[in-house]
Design a protein around this ligand. Structure first.
Ligand SMILES: Nc1ncnc2c1ncn2[C@@H]1O[C@H](COP(=O)(O)OP(=O)(O)OP(=O)(O)O)[C@@H](O)[C@H]1O
Length: 682
């Protein structure tokens, strides 16, 4: 043994066996080797002798062996995955017999992969990639894809890529095995120049001619070095500053994933369409829910002021069920007949319904948030006459807080001595098609009721028409003929009819307080007896809306089932992608990418599918919204589909979650692949 200085790369007592079941196949049986920078070493030996195995150990891909590898004075810890990733990224450049270029990346992009793991900025990275391609004579081919190149050109791309990160060791596993003699000579010359650069080139070969081109030949036989021949001294090594390596940034995974997406555009696009259809349906149904809720809300609030609560005296329903005794459900039963209090409360003296007293009105007025309490009078079967024409109004009420000017289509609310009448059932009958002309005209009205003494009397009044009302549908909550309160009460007084009211309309300061105030009114008691029964229109709306949202949520959920199919589609595609890209995974790992980088690669591709699906779904949904609303505009001039920003955001989140979950398992199995096995994949 010659006494030597510390070598750059030292292998000590390397043993390696493969196992088939329990059976051991020893391949390397104690290898001791030293390598210096500037050397161009060829490893010769019989086929199956363990040359590639040794290269994988030197290259940091194989960690299952005994012995030690020391690089630049540092012993490698083959069980420290991160350290090994760094070692491959930083120190090793690989050249393979079968080139191992990534087919969906251009020549330039292939060379850029290791450069993305350096601290160079983008301009410098591209500049270096182009310089390396120029050095191997491929400037013209930079934009081509690997399958558009000859074998010799591919091998030169592989050399440029191996040099990109400025590694100290270049491992070339039969680099000329697939090349003709011309290309072989060129490649050998490049390898020699690489050694001249002060790098260590180790090449595996079967060819004596190739071996002779180097500076040293090592011969492997029966798992040991049997021959070690120096042809010439290593090239001198200068201390040039080296390019520093760094971890691959996540953004690069996205870029590579996007390129792969583009490369397999149609397959991926079909998956995007499949996923987008599910998302689109979810979005459209949610929008339909919003639209219908909005429509109901508008219909109701157009007719009735939603800030008004109708309040009447609370009555126990005990008398109606004589044998029923005291039952728990009394409250609900009591409220039912009161719901339409505005329209039903009759001024006829015969009604058994108790009146709301002025003391009770004062009490209500004192409740916080209540701004006004109006008595509600309502009469049915009222005869209205104008000249010789007469019509019967189904309902006539005083203009009270529950009335809303939204219903007035023409003219104004009734002032003193005035009335507003319904367009279709009254105005058109009295004035024909020219119903607007009724405004300003005086009509006479009369209806029958009982006076304070219980006698039948006729209440008569005249009023000037100040406005015409109309409601777009008949949900039965509107009372479209309203006469001014003072005008009605003075006519009632003239006929000696009681002006006590069975129901009052309570106005609340803000819509948000309606629910709580309604509750409060229902809880008001006098000597532990409940006094009032209050019904707010908003509670009815919210009940209806609960059903609407339930129905649309069920529809959206049914649509969401198709998303499970989408998720499965993504999972299958990702698994297919992993198996189709096994070799690529091996190459990336050999280049120094970590397991995490590989996982990231597949997750980012899936996320790209997710985001594009959500974008497409959004576009489709808004087109769908436009079409649906145009078609439905025949039914009512209202946007029945209203996709909200919230719906869009939800769909994006759902799409991302699906994509992420779908990618998780395939990405994990990709990351777990053994780089050597991955590289051996076809
Ligand atoms: N993953 C593996 N599992 C089991 N045996 C293996 C495995 N990889 C290689 N071997 C065996 O180890 C031995 C050495 O293989 P290796 O590829 O290192 O030889 P080589 O010298 O590079 O051969 P060649 O010159 O033909 O490429 C061979 O007998 C091979 O069959």
């Amino acid at each position: 043994m010659e006494a030597k200085q510390l070598s750059y790369l030292e292998l000590r007592d390397i043993h390696k066996s493969y196992y088939l079941g329990k059976e051991e196949f020893p391949v390397l049986k104690g290898i001791d080797l030293d390598f210096d920078l500037g050397d161009f070493v060829s490893i010769l030996g019989e086929s199956g002798g363990g040359k590639s195995t040794l290269m994988n150990i030197i290259g940091g891909l194989d960690c299952q062996f005994q012995g030690s590898v020391t690089v630049d004075g540092q012993r490698l810890d083959h069980h420290d995955e991160k350290a090994m990733d760094t070692y491959r990224r930083d120190t090793i450049g690989y050249i393979y017999q079968s080139y191992n270029l990534i087919s969906h990346l251009s020549v330039l992009d292939n060379v850029l992969i290791p450069l993305d793991m350096t601290t160079l900025n983008k301009t410098k990275r591209i500049q270096r990639a182009k310089e390396l391609l120029a050095r191997v004579g491929l400037t013209e081919q930079a934009r081509k894809y690997p399958n558009q190149l000859s074998g010799g050109q591919k091998q030169r791309v592989a050399i440029a890529r191996a040099l990109a990160s400025d590694p100290k060791i270049i491992i070339a596993d039969e680099p000329t095995g697939a090349l003709d003699s011309q290309n072989t000579q060129e490649v050998l010359q490049i390898l020699d120049e690489i050694a001249k650069d002060g790098r260590l080139v180790i090449t595996v070969t079967h060819s004596q001619a190739v071996a002779d081109a180097g500076s040293r030949i090592v011969h492997l036989a029966d798992g040991q070095i049997d021959h070690n021949q120096r042809l010439h001294d290593p090239y001198p090594v200068s201390d040039k500053p080296r390019i520093q390596s760094k971890l691959l940034p996540a953004s690069v995974s996205y870029k590579v994933a996007a390129k792969h997406f583009k490369y397999n555009f149609w397959r991926n696009f079909l998956i995007v369409i499949g996923t987008a259809i599910g998302l689109f349906a979810v979005m459209l149904f949610s929008g339909l829910g919003n639209g219908i809720s909005g429509y109901i809300n508008k219909q109701v609030t157009d007719m009735v002021n939603p800030q008004v609560v109708s309040v009447s005296r609370y009555q126990k329903p005990a008398q109606t069920s004589a044998g029923g005794g005291k039952q728990g459900g009394a409250d609900q039963q009591a409220q039912q007949p009161q719901q339409a209090a505005t329209t039903q409360a009759s001024t006829t003296g015969t009604t058994s319904q108790p009146k709301v007293t002025s003391a009770q009105i004062s009490r209500l007025k004192n409740v916080k948030h209540i701004t006004a309490v109006d008595k509600v009078y309502s009469a049915s079967t009222v005869t209205a006459k104008k000249g010789s024409k007469a019509v019967t109004m189904t309902n006539l009420a005083n203009w009270n807080a529950s009335a809303t000017t939204n219903t007035i289509k023409k003219g104004n609310k009734p002032g003193k001595g005035e009335i507003v009448v319904d367009r279709d059932s009254v105005a058109k009958k009295l004035a024909g098609n020219n119903w607007q002309s009724l405004i300003g005209k005086t009509i006479t009205l009369n209806y029958q009721t009982q006076n304070k003494a219980g006698k039948k009397v006729t209440v008569k009044l005249t009023a000037k028409v100040s406005g015409i009302t109309a409601t777009s549908n008949s949900m039965g909550m509107a009372n479209d003929n309203y006469v001014n309160t003072a005008t009605l009460t003075s006519a009632m007084k003239a006929a000696n009819v009681s002006t006590a009211a069975t129901s009052v309309a309570v106005n609340i300061d803000h819509l948000d307080n309606v629910k709580s105030v309604t509750k409060k009114i229902n809880k008001l008691e006098t000597s532990s007896k409940r006094q009032f029964s209050a019904t707010s229109i908003s509670s009815m709306i919210s009940t209806i809306q609960t059903y609407v949202s339930l129905a649309t949520n069920v529809l959206a959920a049914i649509a969401a089932i198709s998303l499970v199919v989408s998720a499965l589609m993504i999972i299958v595609t990702m698994y297919m992608s992993v198996s189709a890209r096994t070799k690529e995974i091996g190459i990336l790992r050999a280049l120094g990418e970590s397991k995490r980088n590989v996982r990231q690669l597949f997750i980012s591709e899936s996320l790209i599918i997710g985001v594009l699906s959500a974008v497409l779904a959004t576009v489709l949904a808004f087109v769908g919204e436009f079409i649906a609303n145009s078609l439905l505009s025949n039914i009512a001039n209202f946007a029945f589909v209203q996709i909200s920003l919230g719906n869009v955001i939800t769909v994006f989140i759902v799409a991302l979650i699906i994509a992420l979950l779908a990618a998780l398992l395939p990405a994990r199995s990709a990351a777990k692949l053994n780089p050597i096995d991955a590289l051996a994949a076809e």
